[in-house]
Design a protein around this ligand. Structure first.
Ligand code: AMP
Length: 280
């Protein structure tokens, strides 16, 4: 597996791959990889000749009071996991390499970024869309893999690709969970023992609602109220939002009509966790 730190090195490798007609799958990550990321890499491995994993804690998607400095990092462990899953190249640039001395351009997706996590993280999705655009251009990937764990991100990037005619296919992948249901996340390492025990409340609340939706319940408002009530039983949990939105435009809905995203963000102590499910 190649370890590349510069854009030029990745581009050189990509040129060679393209010359021999190889397809490229890209898995964008911020590192500190776990089985959630692993599932994306495995899927990319199956569907492409070449797999590129980017491992970059992107500063532009963090707000001023967020956890950029504290964000966990372990590049050696990331390399071991990527290598064991058959990735061909891991791209691990510095912020200076990615953004140079100055950068005046960004990509903004309207409407879909206004609510859910966008409401409390105003710069987040501009940062995501801009860095993902750069990674798409650098890697010239045919496909890029994103987890449903970050459902709004998946919807926003898919819309960006459709609106701006990028030549790349966006593949959404299911949420990988711990045995007790907690969605795997690099941020779970911030939880202390007591908080870790409280954290599965997110999935527990969502799973009950999902079961009812599957059984034919169409009242999204009622399901959100039940999710809220379940989470409020956990004293360490503080709700940021519990929302039902249509999967196309991510706009609030009180009824399930077509694909509906139930998304939640909950603080366990100071740690903000997200989770969701999407109805059929
Ligand atoms: P991150 O490193 O947190 O930016 O995540 C990189 C990619 O991995 C994103 O597309 C995430 O949605 C995805 N991902 C993170 N956690 C999980 C998980 N538990 N299951 C599936 N995909 C995940």
């Amino acid at each position: 597996m190649i370890k590349a730190a510069t854009i030029a090195d990745v581009k050189k490798y990509v040129r060679e791959c393209k010359k021999s007609g190889k397809s490229i799958g890209l898995v964008p990550t911020m590192g500190f990889l776990h089985e959630g990321h692993g599932s994306l890499i495995k899927r990319a491995r199956k569907e492409n000749d070449i797999v590129i994993v980017s491992d970059f804690v992107n500063p532009t998607q963090f707000g001023p009071n967020e956890d950029l400095e504290a964000y966990p990092r372990d590049f050696d462990a990331d390399c071991r996991l990527c290598e064991s899953l058959g990735a061909d190249l891991i791209f691990h640039p510095t912020p200076e390499e990615m953004y140079g001395k100055s950068n005046y351009s960004k990509v903004h997706v309207d409407k879909l970024t206004a609510g859910l996590c966008g409401a409390v993280r105003p710069v987040h999705f501009d940062g995501v869309c801009s860095v993902v655009t750069k990674l798409f251009n650098i890697s010239e990937a045919d496909r890029a893999y994103f987890g449903q764990k970050d459902a709004q991100q998946l919807a926003v990037v898919s819309r960006m690709v459709a609106d701006l005619n990028y030549n790349i296919e966006i593949i959404g992948c299911p949420i990988i969970r711990e045995e007790d249901g907690l969605a795997k996340s690099s941020r779970n390492t911030y939880l202390n023992e007591e908080q870790r025990l409280a954290a599965p409340v997110l999935h527990r609340a969502l799973a009950k609602a999902e079961e009812q939706a599957r059984a034919g319940e169409k009242d999204a408002k009622k399901l959100c109220a039940q999710i809220t009530e379940e989470i409020e039983k956990e004293p360490l949990a503080k709700i940021d939002y519990v929302e039902a939105v249509d999967w196309e435009e991510l706009q609030h809905t009180d009824v399930i009509e077509g694909k509906t995203l139930f998304a939640i963000a909950v603080y366990i102590g100071k740690v903000r966790l997200i989770d969701n499910f999407i109805t059929e």
